[in-house]
Design a protein around this ligand. Structure first.
Ligand code: TTP
Ligand code: MN
Ligand code: MN
Ligand code: MN
Length: 391
């Protein structure tokens, strides 16, 4: 199915938010090869190079035909000399030697493994690699993981992170250096569960279970399940939910109350980050943090037919009604789609966009879209269905 306004979208655009990017594209094998190099650059701390590959991959994801000749890609943005050479090799041989070499290397495999642990980012992974560690067992010994780290915690584990740059300023690095050794021990204990993907039906059940608890706490809340689920992924790594309440005064403090309730019911076992309207956010200089959010570990209650005992990552985001739709857009992603909305808003409209609002730069006027479509309209963007935001 092709988006109805595909004609108005433009796969040649430099902005991912003007392109239609499906989950699976006609050039998926090429994308997979280039993405190995992208991940390797990322793991090696070569952020600029990683971003170049990310942009190249993203433009190919939106290319609507199978690529059979270099002529098809020569006019695409972000496809420079280096990438053109790699595509040429792929067209000739069906593979990219550099990607295959990287993929087979012990270093890449080990860094990938280490950074798959929540809270371990590239530079920690490299440090551990340089210490000679190679396996998860090595990590457990190094961090002194005890059986109780692996066992289900009955007591809530709060791991408050240091303030750090928002995701879009960090590239894809999740949690690097933000979390300490105590969290890493917990994350190692959870790794088998958190590595398991979440099917759509279970994502939906998690949404229902959480909403039932929230309704008891504060009737009348509304929510949208966002993240990869909303973009159509068949299996997610976590569940992301944005909430609001028609009465803005009911939203403040609700995130903490919900997390406490879920914890009391045994459904939330860990909380990695709980944030609200801190004093330092009152000036709204720290927009990303002005939504209340909790990054948690959830376990389905025994009363649910989906109860398996597998622990899941659950992100809860609370927004006042004024910024609900910008929060939904931001947390629907993809990261690249969102990053380019921000860039587009700045370049074309002198506006600042992020999950916590839309602000005009010159007079700081804030805009409060009443729907998601209205937010796109405000930014002069064609509507893009969530399942076409897999940039
Ligand atoms: P993620 O949950 O990290 O990723 P995802 O849902 O796209 O895919 P999956 O969970 O299956 O791996 O982030 C969800 C979206 O939220 C992401 O596309 C961009 C946005 N986001 C932020 O705005 N800030 C953040 O700190 C993070 C982690 C994500
Ligand atoms: Mn903060
Ligand atoms: Mn997600
Ligand atoms: Mn998430």
């Amino acid at each position: 199915p092709i988006p109805t306004n595909l004609a108005k979208l433009d796969y040649m655009s430099r902005y991912a938010c003007q392109r239609a990017s499906p989950l699976v594209c006609p050039n998926q094998a090429l994308v997979r090869e280039l993405d190995i190099i992208r991940r390797s650059r990322d793991l090696e701390g070569e952020a600029r190079s990683a971003l170049s590959y990310e942009r190249a991959v993203s433009i190919i994801k939106a290319y609507p035909h199978e690529i059979r000749s270099l002529k098809q890609v020569e006019k695409l943005p972000f496809i420079g000399v280096k990438i053109t050479g790699l595509i040429e090799e792929f067209l000739d041989t069906g593979k990219i030697t550099e990607a295959q070499t990287i993929n087979a290397s012990e270093r890449f495999q080990t860094l990938s493994l280490f950074s798959s642990i929540y809270g371990i980012g590239p530079s920690t992974a490299i440090r551990l690699y340089n210490l000679g560690l190679r396996s998860l067992n090595d990590l457990e010994v190094y961090y002194g993981v005890e059986p109780e780290d692996v066992a289900l915690q009955s007591q809530i584990v709060e791991v408050e992170e240091k303030p750090r740059k928002p995701a879009w300023q960090r590239g894809q690095h999740k949690g690097d250096e933000g979390l300490g050794d105590s969290w890493t021990r917990v994350a190692l204990g959870l790794r088998e569960d958190l590595a398991k993907k979440i099917p759509r039906a279970e994502v939906e059940e998690m949404g229902r279970v959480v909403m039932r608890e929230l309704e008891e706490l504060e009737p009348g809340c509304v929510s949208t399940i966002v993240g990869g689920y909303r973009r159509g992924k068949m299996e997610s790594n976590d569940v992301d939910i944005v909430f609001t309440h028609p009465d803005p005064s009911k939203v403040k403090g609700l995130c903490k109350r919900l997390v406490r309730k879920l914890h009391e019911r045994g459904m939330v076992t860990h909380v990695m980050h709980l944030s609200g309207f801190h004093a330092h956010n009152a000036l709204r200089t720290h927009h990303w943090d002005s939504l209340e959010k909790a990054l948690t570990v959830f376990i389905m209650p025994p009363s649910s037919p989906f109860h398996t005992g597998v622990r899941r990552r659950l992100d809860l985001i609370f927004a006042v009604p004024d910024v609900y739709w910008t929060a939904v857009i931001g947390w629907t992603g993809s990261i690249m789609f969102q990053r380019d909305i921000r860039q587009w808003a700045k370049d074309k409209h002198g506006m600042k966009f992020d999950s916590s609002g839309i602000t005009r730069r010159y007079d700081s006027k804030e805009f409060f879209p009443k729907t998601e479509k209205e937010a796109f309209d405000l930014l002069g963007l064609e509507w893009v269905e969530p399942k076409w935001r897999n940039a």
